[in-house]
Design a protein around this ligand. Structure first.
Ligand code: SDX
Length: 432
């Protein structure tokens, strides 16, 4: 008797049965290998939204949703947020281990020296209306990078993949800040090589040619922590989009552009913008009960944005770190009576005591507090998801590299349960 674990599937009509092999990972649930199921049974599995489906094998990020655990290459997010910085986390996600001091310094140098974008991209940018949503600009500009870097589009070449990865990580803050300045009608601010990643981002967002811009170290550290918290998150919708796009052999810039498009949705990365809009709509703590009731009403499409998660059925560990950062940033800025924070704290308390949220295990997720911090830092609501995209680029690109290097990788091509019209003959229009 083999000690290999299997699940036996039996067809109750034909009496046929099949043993499906079970694959065991280093942590988390086992998976039932259904790769041969269709050939053996003539049936597909059916799992819209992939609630019970593992799409790949990965070594990058592990989430235990029941216990609120998030690990990047085995390191708890709380420890990385406290002790690490975003460049070190980028290295960790890309290469699998924390860098030595020398490795980190070289990595940071190499990323820094790719932060400029081709000057001609300014022309491309000018095609957008001034009031274009920054995420529309990001989708367009990142996709357009494929038109500028023909020297690194051979995805079968590890050197090309790595230079494209570095370029993506390096240029995202520049493009995001460019979109913001374009919205404002202010001149584009070039990156400064002497600044560290998060500082450079704040510099490109907030400095202008008319005055010196002092970088507040508390805000720079808060931005660094926020980037760490948003860097990767297993096979979420936008990462799965990048993997699916990449599985056809599309170039990395096009794949990241697809990831940005997916992240934009309010059910995903767009939730941080939606949370701020929701808190502003609630307007006053006295209205919270009304909105909580709306969120519970099946006939009302309103949902509490920033609450709930496909995987976390406990606290999202990132939201706890974000809440701490929120208080630090508001204290540093001398903001003591931020009404939106009061509403958010009240909303969180009420929701967490409400049977509906308790029963459905709806907790605050990463997006619940981030918008309050961004607003306090002077970042407009429309830029919130663009910041999420800046952070998540390293996760997308690490997952994309892992997929390309996976020997079992093949083009993603799901099937379906067809319930449409059966075959019928064409009827000419004068006979209909
Ligand atoms: C992110 O996947 C990731 O890892 C994403 C992310 C990442 O880092 O990449 O973590 C980032 O996207 C965080 C999520 C941000 N989105 C929001 O805050 C939007 C509000 N949340 C929901 O739309 C919802 O919770 C989702 C989309 C996040 C998760 O949806 P699921 O897993 O498909 O769950 P569901 O919609 O089936 O909800 C389960 C039940 C439903 O009720 P029933 O049909 O069972 O009666 O809970 C209810 C839902 O109606 N519900 C909510 C709710 N979220 C779920 N009810 C009120 N308010 C909510 N926010």
């Amino acid at each position: 008797m083999s000690n290999e674990r299997t699940f036996t599937l039996t067809d109750n009509q034909s009496g046929d049965s099949w043993d499906l092999p079970v694959m065991h990972g280093s942590m988390g649930p086992d998976v039932i290998d259904v790769r041969k199921l269709y050939a053996q049974t003539g049936c597909f599995t059916y799992d819209p939204g992939f609630t019970s489906t593992g799409s790949c094998e990965s070594k990058i990020t592990y989430i235990d949703g029941d216990n609120g655990v998030l690990l990047y290459r085995g390191y708890p997010i709380e420890q990385l947020a406290e002790h690490s910085d975003f460049m070190e986390v980028c290295y960790l996600l890309l290469y699998g281990n924390l860098p030595t001091a020398g490795e980190k310094s070289k990595f940071e140098h190499d990323i820094t020296y790719h932060t400029m974008i081709h000057e001609q991209m300014q022309t491309f940018l000018r095609g957008f209306r001034r009031d274009a949503h920054p995420m529309a600009v990001m989708c367009g500009m990142v996709g357009a990078l494929s038109a500028f870097y023909h020297d690194s589009l051979d995805i079968s070449d590890p050197k090309h993949r790595m230079i494209s990865s570095y370029r993506m990580i390096a240029k995202m803050p520049t493009i995001a800040a460019l979109a913001y300045k374009y919205n404002l009608g202010q001149p584009y601010v070039y990156p400064k090589n002497k600044l560290r990643y998060a500082e450079n981002f704040l510099h490109m967002m907030f400095s202008n040619p008319c005055e010196e811009y002092e970088i507040d170290p508390v805000l720079a550290r808060a931005m660094d922590v926020i980037l760490i918290l948003h860097a990767d998150h297993e096979q979420n919708a936008s990462t799965s989009t990048v993997r699916l796009a990449g599985s056809s052999g599309a170039n990395p810039f096009a794949c990241i552009s697809a990831g940005i498009a997916s992240l934009w949705g309010p059910a995903h990365g767009g939730a941080n913008e939606a949370v701020l809009n929701m808190l502003e709509e609630i307007g006053d703590a006295s209205q919270i009960e009304k909105y909580v009731e709306k969120a519970k009403d099946k006939d009302d499409p309103f949902r509490l944005m920033g609450f709930g998660h496909r995987v976390y059925k406990n606290f999202d560990p990132r939201s706890r770190v974000m809440r701490t950062q929120c208080h630090k940033v508001l204290d540093a800025l001398g903001v003591h009576d931020e009404p939106l924070l009061e509403i958010a704290l009240q909303l969180e308390k009420i929701a967490l005591e409400d049977d509906y949220f308790i029963e459905k295990k709806l907790y605050p997720n990463v997006d619940f507090y981030s918008g309050i911090i961004f607003k306090a830092m002077g970042i407009p609501t429309t830029m919130f998801t663009a910041l999420f995209a800046v952070a998540r680029t390293v996760g997308w690109i690490a997952q994309w590299n892992e997929m390309i290097e996976d020997p079992s990788q093949k083009i993603g091509r799901p099937r379906q349960l067809f319930t449409g019209a059966e075959q019928r003959e064409y009827v000419h229009v004068d006979k209909r």
